[in-house]
Design a protein. Structure first.
Length: 464
């Protein structure tokens, strides 16, 4: 199903029947926001809704799936996309067709990829940093492949499959309950290595069907024969890509001996904490299986970043701005709230708890007034906000000179663009996921912090 084509067809058929988005929504028991989203091409109706939707619009399911209208007129004929577009333009010219609002026209890149941002699953690393991790593992696979080839002709190769960010709990749930699981000081800025049972048995030269049980002896043999060697190569490979400002001993993580390595849940990991997962595929002449390397967030963020792993050798590009073309200062700000500044100590490690619950709209502040509520999204690589509510009645106005604000970001809009703002508009901000947000005191940025969720409330932990 093509969302754009299906959306145009829904808009055409609804307007042709002379019903509003809300009336159509009531007929099929969905919200008018859902209908608006379909007509903008931002999503598709669920398959289970299609029969009722088709009946309400006087069409058939096949037409909605294809985004092409089947009409019975002098025999069955399918309107092509070009004919449908021409029909829509004709109805628009005659004033019969309601135009869907263009709520993304304020974006610098109208084709930007937009998705909702979840603060419980923060993006900790940039695309460049994830590529750096992937390149390091490509080289590691080459080294490990050469060592395997010298002893095991039945092992045909090892390759990188993906690098991803997820929570510890999501990773643990994705692997078998009993598997070959090794932790190298994971809970103290380390990593783990998980080997799927089937490929683990191949490495041990065992038949999984004859010997399905995973024993501690199997685990110990696999660790001595392969896992320790792989872990050492991994640590050496990462260390070799640093600037050596941090000694090798900091990267040489020991195996956590007291852990039962067959039961991943016994690792004692913080379920909601984010990690980076690198998945490799090991291929033998009888099967293939996955080897997962799970990095604790602080291993890559606090150790590798400080050691120059992520590109101190990569020159920083600074774009110069002509003095006659200086950009306007931000006049639209997205904040978790503003608070009394008296007696608040701004020191690294301090947690600033807001009064805003996770999942509630953030404040969109224009000229010191909260005019809208918005949900956080990501627009390409920047934070953004989608306006989801208009503040009705008396708008909250900030007149205080002394305050502390927890600010997600800001942007500049012309007076004309501000007048156009309405629900559904998406604004691109000057901040990025994974980077600390600004803590404002009396109008100036005095500290930065990372957003965390405590007791389902938004908080900011000061980092600098």
């Amino acid at each position: 199903m093509d969302a754009q084509r299906t959306g145009k067809l829904i808009n055409y058929l609804r307007s042709k029947k002379g019903i509003t988005q809300k009336e159509l929504a009531n007929l099929i028991n969905v919200s008018d926001k859902a209908v608006s989203k379909w007509e903008r091409g931002d999503g598709c109706p669920d398959v289970g809704i299609l029969p009722n939707l088709a009946q309400a619009l006087g069409a058939d399911v096949d037409s909605l799936l294809k985004g092409e209208l089947n009409e019975i007129d002098n025999g069955r004929r399918i309107l092509t996309e070009e004919e449908l577009k021409a029909e829509i333009e004709k109805m628009q010219a005659e004033g019969k067709l309601e135009k869907p609002k263009d709520n993304t026209s304020l974006l610098k890149n109208p084709m930007a990829r937009i998705f909702t941002y979840d603060f419980k699953r923060p993006s900790l690393f940039s695309k460049y940093e994830l590529r750096k991790i992937a390149n390091t593992f490509d080289m590691l696979c080459e080294k490990f492949r050469n060592e395997l080839a010298a002893n095991r002709t039945d092992l045909l190769g090892i390759k990188l499959c993906c690098v991803d960010e997820l929570t510890n709990e999501e990773f643990i749930r994705s692997i078998p309950q009993r598997t070959f699981f090794y932790t190298y000081d994971y809970n103290n800025s380390g990593f783990t290595i998980e080997i799927d049972p089937q490929i683990g048995k191949v490495l041990l030269k065992q038949d999984l069907k004859k010997y399905p049980e995973l024993t501690k002896t199997d685990s110990a043999c696999l660790k001595l024969s392969y896992v320790n060697q792989f872990a050492h190569l991994l640590q050496e490979q990462i260390f070799s890509n640093t600037d050596k400002s941090i000694p090798w001993e900091n990267f040489e993580k020991p195996f956590t001996k007291e852990l039962n390595t067959l039961l991943p849940w016994s690792a004692g990991q913080n379920p909601g904490e984010m990690c980076v997962l690198v998945t490799l595929e090991l291929i033998s002449d009888v099967c293939s299986g996955m080897i997962n390397v799970q990095f604790n967030y602080s291993y890559l963020s606090r150790l590798c970043r400080k050691a120059g792993f992520f590109g101190k050798d990569n020159p920083q590009l600074e774009t110069l701005t002509d003095i006659k073309a200086r950009p306007c200062e931000n006049n639209v700000f997205i904040e978790f709230g503003r608070f009394v500044s008296d007696s608040v100590k701004l020191e690294p490690g301090t947690l600033l708890m807001s009064n805003k619950e996770f999942g509630t709209p953030l404040n969109v502040i224009i000229e010191n007034q909260i005019l809208f509520g918005g949900e956080t999204v990501v627009v390409d690589e920047n934070f953004g906000v989608r306006l989801i509510e208009v503040k009705q009645g008396e708008k909250l106005c900030y007149n205080e000179e002394h305050y502390i604000a927890l600010r997600l970001g800001g942007t500049y809009l012309s007076p004309e663009d501000i007048e156009r703002l309405d629900k559904g508009f998406v604004l691109q901000l000057d901040s990025q996921p994974g980077k600390p947000i600004a803590i404002i005191q009396d109008g100036k940025c005095v500290a930065r912090g990372e957003v965390v969720i405590i007791d389902n409330m938004f908080c900011v932990r000061i980092v600098d």
